[in-house]
Design a binder for this molecule. Structure first.
Ligand code: AMP
Ligand code: MG
Length: 423
């Protein structure tokens, strides 16, 4: 399980800026050590455990990028058409060791190896064929339409750095290099449960003051998207004994336990009491909005291992935002992935907004294309942390930096799509 010290989440300041939080996590949390070798089909979503070096050049040999005629550029007249004799035919995969002599061209198809002596390929659309000859126009640059061996990847080059989260395109690259397997970090094991006497399971009868559980479903999906193995421990009542028992049991066999609800300072918020019985707890007042304090801790398991603990707020929108901006940083670090490189895309604000200095704020917005071709972000009319439709009816979050205090309509602002935040 994860290697954690009891004080790994300790933080003494009043407010934790996001960049400080990222640094703290990078400094104090060690990734899980174990790795495994998986087949390419199982690799997507996993984290490369080591650098991968290319065993061969890509492409492995010089080849044609088009269907056409391979020629020697030196044979071409600089200011007139050139007539060349068609001396052979090379299809993709053909092994013929054809060469081009002076005044000759070879009929060639995309992906076929360049014939010896040829350095340039005319597209078939650009030439005229007359009997056994081809007439090529002037003006084509030497090397045109030829793909050089190794122009994509040089043998020996690092093509995947350790910590890369493997996507379809990474798997394709490994396959193109002839590899069949890749070493990846083991998946993180994460236990989740919801807390609250009012929370009931969808599909079961609901009494007057009860609500259906949304957070466990939200968390399970978000965790699956980042490749974690999820243990669903259900819904726990607001009872410190039961909460402490569940936490203690989950600490062995999991790297991380995530709960929602019960972590504010209300009298019925028993998660805090429970965590303090079976481990240690600190609160991070992360300088973001939405995002109430996030509870972090370490729960002692058996045999010296411990699990990290994250207690998220109860309101689903707060769960979402704290997950994508706080928990994901922790998950990536624990899982051995490099920090996310989130790049907010510039769009135009369609509304005015005031915010406090020194905290980062996230606003749920929909994007629309304006008649002048710009992209405008429209704020959802409801911004309560319990309004789930403010997440389902929008496209992503605007990110307002710490130093900004007011945004006027028409201002350039940064947009993060939900897809980019959840990936
Ligand atoms: P709490 O932090 O426990 O006081 O919860 C804050 C709000 O979130 C309350 O309105 C809860 O009813 C609601 N809430 C807590 N847990 C869930 C859940 N699993 N799904 C949906 N709403 C929840
Ligand atoms: Mg509660």
């Amino acid at each position: 399980m994860a290697q954690l010290t009891d004080d790994c989440f300790a933080f003494s300041g009043p407010l934790l800026r996001l960049d400080e939080m990222e640094r703290l996590i990078a400094e104090r949390i060690m990734p899980v050590a174990e790795s495994e070798r998986v087949r390419l089909h199982e690799a997507r979503g996993r984290v490369a455990a080591a650098d991968v070096k290319a065993p061969v050049d890509l492409p492995p040999f010089d080849n044609s990028a088009v269907d056409g005629y391979a020629v020697r550029h030196a044979d071409l007249a600089p200011n007139a058409d050139t007539k060349l004799a068609i001396a052979g035919r090379l299809t993709a995969g053909a092994n013929a060791s054809l060469g081009v002599d002076r005044g000759q061209a070879i009929r060639i198809f995309t992906g076929a190896a360049m014939p010896k002596g040829a350095d340039t390929v005319f597209m078939q659309e650009d030439v005229m064929v007359e009997g056994g000859q081809v007439v090529v126009p002037k003006g084509l640059k030497p090397g045109a339409n030829r793909r050089l061996a190794g122009e994509d990847v040089r043998a020996g080059a690092v093509v995947l750095a350790a910590g890369t989260v493997l996507e379809a395109q990474h798997v394709a690259l490994l396959a193109a290099l002839g590899l069949t397997e890749v070493d990846v970090r083991r998946r993180l094991k994460v236990a989740i449960f919801s807390t609250g006497d009012e929370v009931v399971e969808p599909g079961t009868p609901r009494a007057g003051a009860a609500i259906y559980d949304a957070n466990r479903y939200l968390l399970a999906e978000l965790l699956e998207r980042v490749g974690a193995v999820v243990t669903d421990l259900g819904i726990l009542p607001d009872n410190p004994d039961k909460l402490a028992d569940a936490l203690r049991a989950a600490a062995s066999g999991h790297d991380l336990i995530i709960t929602s609800g019960g972590v504010s300072t209300g009298e019925a918020d028993y998660v805090r009491t429970a965590v303090e019985r079976v481990g240690s707890l600190v609160f991070w007042r992360v300088a973001i909005k939405p995002g109430r304090p996030v509870a972090l801790g370490v729960i002692r398991g058996t045999s010296g291992h411990s699990a990290a603990f994250v207690g998220l707020p109860g309101n689903p929108v707060a769960v979402f935002v704290t997950f994508v901006r706080v928990v994901k940083v922790l998950l990536r670090r624990l899982g051995g992935a490099r920090p996310d490189r989130l790049v907010a895309l510039p769009v135009r604000a369609a509304f005015a907004y005031r915010k406090k200095k020194d905290r980062r704020e996230y606003v749920r917005v929909s994007l629309i294309r304006t008649p002048d071709g710009d992209i405008e972000a429209v704020k959802h009319p409801q911004d309560g942390a319990g309004i789930l439709t403010s997440l389902t009816e929008t496209d992503g979050l605007l990110e307002f930096p710490e130093d900004v205090t007011s945004i006027e309509p028409g201002a350039r602002v940064g947009f993060l799509s939900y897809a980019s935040l959840m990936g």
